[in-house]
Write a protein that binds this ligand. Structure first.
Ligand code: ADP
Ligand code: MG
Length: 342
């Protein structure tokens, strides 16, 4: 070991993953795609399997003072299903590993599993295994999801082509705004436990944070319409950050339009109330778990009337850069802040 010490914050989460990936050599022909997409892809006879894993830690990814255990369980499954959806694949199995401190009772674990089982039912996946161990630092949940697809219907981050249309489902920024509300009400409660938090009027945004939905409905609809997105990701770190990933993997540029970005009214109003810029919430808020994808122009007509798919811009040449055209018509450079874990 050398004396050198580099802080992880210097290279960031993605820099760290890229750095580790440099030393990883794929040995098996059955490994179609390793590190670098929403899920890995493995050859499986006449179809392929996709595999993805996510780790959720108490105090980092959820706060048990406001996140109910069934919601934590549901979310742990949904975020993995979302990564399977992002490959345009269908989830089939999950494994669930948990680390518990002695603060947890059997009833608490049952409550967590009520949410896990509800999500497994909802997304049609089987819980096929996992691991259970003790924790000294709160609850840890790791879920691995396995999905299936036809090889030719997979959507990678790397397939976007110049002139493709950039699409996003649902609305964005809600989960971030919901988190800010939950944090604010927690502080109010801590300062004065007699104060009852007023969360009713924020139910949409807090729901976006506490119990996100993976967009498997969109994957099925695209299949029925015979559309394979040229590239796809789920929005877990923030729209701008995800667009940067697609740009890097596909070697393209993007132009998106502020007035096309989908935001819910409650998200907008709550952002304003919190003194946050709603567009910044849409661009950089994480955890919405919507799908961001690109389609060939010939597929536009089939999706044009879809109520929950928004066309936010188009793909340009790499050297044209990444731009956001504001409502006033000015093109500004897109910045990817995203969620910073380090
Ligand atoms: P997502 O946000 O879609 O879950 P991540 O940003 O977590 O994706 O991960 C990006 C890629 O890096 C994925 O292919 C993931 O499997 C891989 N990855 C993340 N952490 C590690 C790690 N510690 N070792 C190996 N691969 C990793
Ligand atoms: Mg993802």
């Amino acid at each position: 070991m050398s004396e050198e010490r580099t802080e992880i914050s210097e290279i960031g989460e993605f820099g760290l993953i890229d750095h580790l990936n440099e030393k990883i050599i794929i040995k098996n022909a059955s490994t179609i795609k390793g590190i670098g997409d929403d899920a890995a892809v493995i050859e499986a006879g006449d179809h392929v399997k996709v595999v993805t894993t996510d780790l959720l830690l108490e105090g980092v990814h959820f706060d048990m003072s406001y996140a109910p255990l069934p919601h934590i369980g549901f979310k742990a499954v949904a975020v993995n299903v979302s990564d399977v959806a992002a490959m345009n694949a269908v989830p089939k199995q999950i494994t669930v590993s948990i680390a518990l401190s002695n603060r947890f009772s059997v009833e608490a674990v049952e409550a967590l599993y009520a949410g896990i089982n509800a999500a497994a039912e909802h997304y049609g996946v089987d819980v096929i295994g996992g691991d259970t161990t003790a924790s000294r630092s709160g609850l840890v949940i790791s879920v691995t999801a396995i999905g299936e697809a036809k090889k030719e219907s997979l959507s990678f981050r790397s397939g976007a082509k110049v002139n493709d249309i950039i699409c996003v489902t649902g609305d964005l920024g809600g989960a971030l705004v919901g988190l800010q509300i939950l944090e604010r009400e927690k502080q109010v409660y801590l300062a004065n436990p007699d104060m009852k938090p007023e969360l009713e009027k924020y139910s949409y945004v807090t729901g976006r944070q506490l119990r996100p939905e993976a967009r498997m409905d969109i994957v099925h609809e695209l299949r029925e319409l015979g559309i394979v997105p040229s590239s796809m990701m789920d929005v877990s770190d923030g729209l701008a950050s995800e667009l940067f990933h697609i740009c890097k993997a596909s070697k393209i540029g993007v132009t998106i339009y502020e007035d096309k970005l989908p935001i819910d009214k409650q998200t907008f109003d709550t952002a304003v109330e919190l003194n946050l810029d709603p567009i910044t919430c849409v661009l950089n808020g994480g955890e919405d778990y919507e799908l961001l994808f690109t389609i060939d122009q010939k597929d536009f007509e089939k999706l044009e009337k879809h109520a929950d798919i928004h066309f936010i811009g188009h793909v340009t040449k790499e050297e044209e850069g990444k731009f956001l055209v504001t409502k006033s018509g000015t093109a500004v450079q897109l910045k990817a802040q995203g969620w910073k874990h380090f």
